[in-house]
Ligand binder design. Structure first.
Ligand code: KIV
Length: 271
């Protein structure tokens, strides 16, 4: 008889309990089956199928072009590779801003067609009705405040947000709105660490920061940036754990050399 050790899945409740126990939450993005398997086996708590796929997978300059169908394709591939982590999927630009019915339909498609566990969307008070409607249908929602890349053409730059008092006040109000609307957590992107600390302290739900400092309840990075697959991207908030761009490039050069000189395949590598 084989004995299978049951893997205890991370749920939205788990990550809320982690905040209350003071245990930090580790989140990374993934966009495909192979990477999701590695990230999940590595012990990550939350995998975000981010609309950053638009940048790092498809080569677009912004997150705006990626479609709902494309997000579902990435999300379903990730879900097939994950046994333990909570899988959260971004609602892409244009799939929820119209009205709350559109938002609910998009969230339902993601849950039904990918098998993911929750959705994420950007914005504060202006998306409250959509958040409430999605949650009423039983779908957990993660919020996203600060630098919200789907609004890049409104901001004009990717610089730190909410440095001014008025924007900081609005962000604090929006964080309360997201909590009241029922979000199970909120991403804080590129805001001053001191503001993120204040928001984190004032909320019962966990905050997950990217470029938002050490006081958030958790941290998230784009996996391609974190393992050095992205060429020439070195923002201050990014800790790069590997330089895969160079390592893979080196492997490709070796392979090209081996093929050209006839040393690959060898006798042992053929039938
Ligand atoms: O799309 C994404 O990868 C994100 C993270 C940067 C939080 O939203």
């Amino acid at each position: 008889m084989s004995v299978h050790k049951e893997v205890k899945r991370i749920t939205t409740n788990t990550i809320q309990e982690m905040k209350h126990k003071g245990e930090k939450i580790a989140m990374l993005t993934s966009y495909d089956y192979s990477m999701a398997t590695i990230v999940d086996d590595g012990g990550i708590d939350v995998i975000l199928v981010g609309d950053s796929a638009s940048n790092v997978m498809a080569g677009h300059e912004t997150t705006l072009p990626i479609t709902l169908d494309q997000m579902i394709y990435h999300a379903a591939s990730v879900v097939r590779g994950v046994k333990r982590a909570l899988v959260v999927v971004d609602l892409p630009f244009g799939s929820y801003q119209g009205n709350s019915k559109e938002a609910l339909n998009s969230a339902i498609r993601i849950m039904k067609e990918s098998g993911a566990h929750a959705v994420k969307l950007e914005g504060g008070a202006e998306v409250r009705e959509s958040i409430e409607r999605i949650i009423t249908a039983g779908i957990p929602v993660m919020g996203h405040l600060g630098l919200t890349p789907q609004s890049i053409y409104k901001f004009g730059t990717y610089t730190v947000r909410a440095k001014e008092e008025a924007e900081a006040r609005k962000l604090k109000e929006d964080s309360q709105v997201l909590q009241e609307a029922g979000c199970f957590s909120v991403v804080l992107e590129k805001i001053p660490a001191i503001l993120a600390a204040e928001v984190t302290k004032s909320l019962k739900i966990p905050t997950i920061g990217i470029g938002a400092g050490q006081y958030c309840d958790g941290q998230v990075l784009v996996i391609n940036d974190m393992i050095g697959l992205t060429k020439g991207f070195h923002p201050r908030f990014l800790r790069q754990y590997l330089n895969l761009y160079e390592q893979i490039g080196g492997a490709v050069q070796e392979y090209v050399r081996d093929v050209k000189e006839g040393s690959f395949p060898s006798e042992k590598e053929q039938y």
